[in-house]
Design a binder for this molecule. Structure first.
Ligand code: SF4
Length: 672
């Protein structure tokens, strides 16, 4: 048996694991003991991260749809068809009528090539990926406050912190190995404060659980900051030396004494005061957040309020402090870093900046478009006539799924590149079979900016190929040859053009610990925490935010507030976890969490079917009666194709990040 050291393909923790290979097949998994994140452990998804790789339903050869029927095709036929489809739409409607979705499941090298293909070959900045739906508010909000939109500190610092303040993160289920570090810290005496409307597992273990109403995060954070200012807990020296715009920000806080924050959030004023004192009084306080605060129409404001809080207390720029967004997918950080975003090249170099554009034009020998492109949501709203989707399943993952499916149906041309048939491939004119994480080399960047090496353990099934190879072959066919001897050569190009990845090369990652960016040159060891002496933008900027209620609140017709999210056993649209027998056995059905009192009132019984309706559609799910959700609120996970909860969700957008409000919409329930 051969053991191949690689990286888990699921969440942003980026755990190191070995794939056990016998006779060309993966037979097992074991954790890396020396890995700085998982230190010899894995969660259930990590332990079972190989079954889907060998699943009989893997895509094995390209397919072309003719007269509504899919048929097997050769690579040459399929790529020719893709090139013709893209060229036809481009000739008829222009390059900006084509949209490209890159993938947080693919490697950095593949995301870099996909954005190079969109910009350099098609000639459009219409390139985006699922970060739009999870952390685009982090990228935008933190770029304005600090100049860099990534987790500021490292996972290994957690166990030495004195206070952990977690807001909008179901850490035990979504980032189990980060939660493990948090629980280690709590066992050693660290104080844990959790703000979450649901009583999640991490909330149950907290010393203080702030159970605020969904969508009132800004009011809660402003209330906490009001206490910090009025009780003299501000780090004045830090504010004076390291920040700007404090006065305008401070004057707004007068509007949010704890009593006002209590009336908006439902959290007792005494608990708001307590949380403020706990967080501000200790020097080693770390703040964590995730999609509980980013997926709102005020997602950017929520992130900015968190940034204000860490600057107010000086809890940034030191070990065991910082503002730490927990990124969802295994490589969503890397896909953003690589410029799979409509407004940035790799390393967040703006496409609007003529200097940056000239640099990429020179390197790629192509004239590049100047105008930032369309976001994923804008593409789905009729902004494009053709799409190239790599490793994403918007038919399930995007809000108002019925509208998304209509948009996919209306496209003049759709190519989908994936490892399985999905609900999105149902609309594809061409399907290209891709290699999974176990069948290719490359790098993933985890949530703490750690760039790690992924290694090929087995061959892809049938004629499937690595995404980067497919992009290169298509590009050559379209008149722009891209030749790389391996993904390591793509990384060399990334390093040349991307200052924060300047010293990141495959041979430096061989030991299996990765390197945290920024890493400007090949002698640099990487950066465990950011903003040490100054912020990436120079001075940190306080940003004044005000409370705005969610776009759609319960009313007489739709009296319940629906919030959505993931669960421990499944991942995203279930493409991989639902093809993993142990995991599927544990959680095979979609459910709705309903509070006991609500269930009693409506005559709903546990495990019985319930119809859930919103203004956009309805689904049927099984009832799970619980105290995890407060009265008047229900929760549905979004993994299940049999009950797509995004049929219900509201596509209302944050005006800056264009992230939809997955976390709040109004629904009605009835027993079936
Ligand atoms: Fe994989 Fe995340 Fe579990 Fe680690 S915590 S094993 S990265 S799913």
């Amino acid at each position: 048996m051969q053991k191949v050291l690689t990286v888990c393909p699921y969440c942003g923790c980026g755990c190191g694991l070995y794939l056990h290979v016998e006779n060309g097949r993966i037979t097992g998994v074991s954790p890396s003991r020396s890995h700085p994140v998982n230190t010899g452990s894995l969660c259930v998804k990590g332990w079972n991260s190989y079954e889907f790789v060998q699943h009989p339903e893997r895509l094995r050869y390209p397919m072309i749809r003719e007269k509504g029927i899919l048929r097997r095709a050769t690579w040459q036929e399929a790529l020719q068809k893709v090139a013709e489809g893209i060229n036809r739409v481009k000739a008829a409607y222009g390059a900006h009528s084509i949209g490209v979705l890159s993938s947080a499941k693919c490697t950095n090298e593949e995301n870099y090539l996909m954005m190079k293909f969109a910009r350099g070959v098609i000639g459009t900045n219409n390139v985006d990926h699922c970060a739009r739906l999870c952390h685009s508010s982090t990228v935008g909000g933190l770029a304005r406050a600090f100049g860099s939109g990534a987790m500021t500190n490292s996972i290994s610092e957690i166990k030495e912190a004195r206070v952990l303040f977690v807001i909008g993160s179901n850490t035990m289920e979504q980032h189990p190995m980060i939660a493990m570090h948090m629980l280690d810290a709590v066992r050693k005496g660290t104080t844990l404060v959790v703000a979450d409307p649901r009583q999640t597992q991490i909330a149950r273990l907290a010393h203080l659980h702030l159970r605020h109403r969904c969508g009132t995060d800004v009011a809660l954070l402003l209330g906490i900051m009001n206490v910090i200012v009025t009780e003299g807990l501000v780090d004045k020296e830090f504010v004076r030396r390291r920040t700007e715009n404090f006065d305008a920000f401070e004057s707004l806080l007068d509007k949010y004494p704890p009593s006002v924050a209590e009336s908006i959030t439902g959290v007792r004023a005494a608990d708001i005061r307590k949380a403020a004192r706990i967080y501000a009084s200790e020097k080693r306080s770390m703040l964590f957040y995730s999609m509980g605060i980013t997926q709102h129409i005020t997602g950017t404001d929520n992130v900015r309020a968190c940034a204000d809080l860490v600057m107010l207390t000086g809890h940034i720029g030191l070990p065991m402090t910082g503002l730490n967004p927990l990124r969802g997918q295994n490589n969503v950080q890397g896909a953003c870093d690589m410029g799979a975003l409509p407004e940035f090249y790799s390393g967040y170099q703006p496409v609007k900046d003529p200097k940056a554009r000239r640099k990429f034009q020179r390197a790629w020998r192509r004239k590049l478009p100047e105008r930032p492109g369309l976001t994923l949501m804008e593409m789905m709203d009729g902004g494009v006539r053709a799409m190239y989707i790599m490793g994403e399943n918007p038919a399930i993952s995007d809000p108002d799924a019925t509208h998304v499916r209509d948009a996919l149906k209306k496209l003049d041309f759709l190519v989908v590149q994936d490892i399985f048939q999905t609900e999105t491939t149902e609309y594809a004119d061409v399907i290209l079979p891709a290699a999974s994480f176990a069948e290719k080399d490359g790098t993933f960047t985890n949530t703490e900016r750690r760039v790690q090496l992924l290694r090929k353990a087995v061959d892809p099934p049938g004629e499937a190929k690595a995404d980067w190879q497919i992009i290169c072959e298509l590009s050559e066919l379209m008149g722009y040859p891209m030749h790389y001897r391996g993904s390591y050569e793509i990384m060399e190009e990334i390093a040349l053009l991307t200052p924060s990845y300047g010293g990141i090369l495959h041979h430096r990652l061989e030991e299996g610990f990765g390197i945290q960016w920024p890493c400007p040159n090949s002698n640099h060891p990487g950066t465990p925490y950011l903003h040490r002496k100054k912020f990436a933008r120079g001075l940190g900027s306080f940003i004044t935010v005000d409370y705005i209620p969610p776009a759609e609140l319960p009313d007489e017709k739709y009296p319940f507030l629906l919030t959505t999210g993931r669960i421990y056993f499944h991942y995203h649209t279930g493409t991989m976890t639902r093809r993993t027998s142990v995991i599927e056995r544990e959680e095979p059905l979609c459910f709705v969490e309903i509070n006991r009192e609500d269930a009693k009132r409506l005559g709903i019984r546990d495990s019985f079917p319930v119809r859930v309706k919103s203004r956009r559609g309805e689904i049927e799910v099984s009832a799970r009666i619980t105290d995890r959700v407060p009265e008047g609120t229900v929760f549905i996970p979004f993994h299940f194709r049999e009950a797509v909860c995004n049929i219900l969700t509201n596509p209302a957008l944050d005006p800056i990040a264009k992230i939809p409000e997955f976390k709040v919409c109004a629904v009605a329930l009835e027993a079936v």
